[in-house]
Design a protein. Structure first.
Length: 322
């Protein structure tokens, strides 16, 4: 008799896709309670079989996955502090959804003219007295005004693929907790000199070589970062970059569903953090130490060096495709 009642309960739950798991649990225990004399276990093995059957019923009930395992899919477009992104999402249960996609930061750039300095922090005008001899020896026509400033451009280079799990702890709510991982290149910011400044920096490279040969290293010229002194290479390139971990765990909260439940289109808001580790600054593939980051910039580079998380705030539009 109890088998028939369980069957009716299971059939009812399939016809009512919006029934909640709690209702199914109550139904099954009511059936067991009413028919205790039929299913009372005689030993531990029978008890385990009954408990297994109850667990299987609960997991199979449509309230556990009202939308069906991998039955419904959606695509989403996102704008966030990590850039712009696309993803595809699916429902595992009514409480769990999965997302996979990518984020790319548009080529956001920032340009600025940076003062050049000597390695010992001398006034750049002090090198003027040595320029005539340098120009004669190197067959150049360098003036002190040429080496006072250089155009520097900074660019965000963040890009990641992402794999996320959205958990909805409340059946009737769109509030979700998201955990996952972002995977991408280690370099997220790069800075370099641009335009006509490359020709000037080639002269600066020759000047630095000239000073080194004559034992006047303190008069070498470069771009200061904290107490670090970035000198151009033979191609006239002075560059630095910020690197973080390539694999970045993520945790966030938000509202909205990756796969809309009752509508064709949906909106999703989310805020969280990427745990990208301790950022490292490199000059020509050489790491800049913490001590070198303390300097004339009032320590802001050192403070940034300690930021181990990156805020991820996003707004996502999605449409159901299945």
């Amino acid at each position: 008799m109890y088998h028939r009642q369980i069957f009716y309960t299971f059939e009812y739950s399939h016809k009512h896709k919006d029934s909640i798991k709690v209702l199914n649990v109550l139904c099954i225990f009511a059936v067991i309670n009413q028919n205790e004399r039929y299913i009372k276990p005689k030993n531990k093995r029978e008890m385990r079989k009954i408990l297994t059957a109850v667990a299987a019923f609960i997991l199979m009930s449509p309230a556990g996955y009202a939308q069906g395992v991998f039955k419904h899919w959606a695509i989403g477009a996102e704008v966030s502090t990590s850039g712009i992104g696309l993803d595809i999402a699916t429902s595992v249960t009514s409480l769990i959804q999965l997302r996979a996609g990518f984020d790319v930061m548009p080529g956001l750039k920032y340009s600025n003219a940076v003062n050049l300095e000597t390695i010992e922090g001398y006034n750049i005008d002090m090198v003027e007295q040595y320029l005539p001899l340098y120009n004669t020896l190197m067959n150049r026509n360098l003036t002190v005004d040429d080496v006072k400033k250089v155009d520097i451009e900074g660019k965000l280079t963040m890009s990641d693929v992402k794999f996320l799990v959205d958990v909805y702890p409340f059946v009737l709510s769109n509030f979700h907790i998201t955990a996952g991982v972002f995977i991408g290149p280690e370099k997220v910011v790069e800075a370099y000199n641009t335009g006509a400044s490359k020709e000037v920096m080639q002269d600066v490279y020759l000047w630095n070589t000239y000073c080194e040969r004559l034992g006047y290293e303190s008069y070498q010229i470069g771009v200061p970062i904290g107490n670090r002194f970035i000198k151009p290479d033979a191609n006239g390139q002075a560059s630095a970059e910020l690197r973080v971990n390539g694999v970045k765990p993520y945790l966030g909260i938000g509202f909205g569903r990756a796969v809309p439940r009752h509508k064709r289109f949906g909106l999703m808001l989310e805020a969280g953090c990427k745990f990208w580790g301790k950022p490292k600054i490199y000059e020509h593939d050489t790491e800049v130490t913490t001590e070198e980051l303390q300097g004339k910039d009032n320590g802001w580079m050192e403070r940034f060096h300690k930021w181990k998380v990156y805020p991820h705030v996003s707004i996502r539009l999605c449409g159901k495709i299945l």
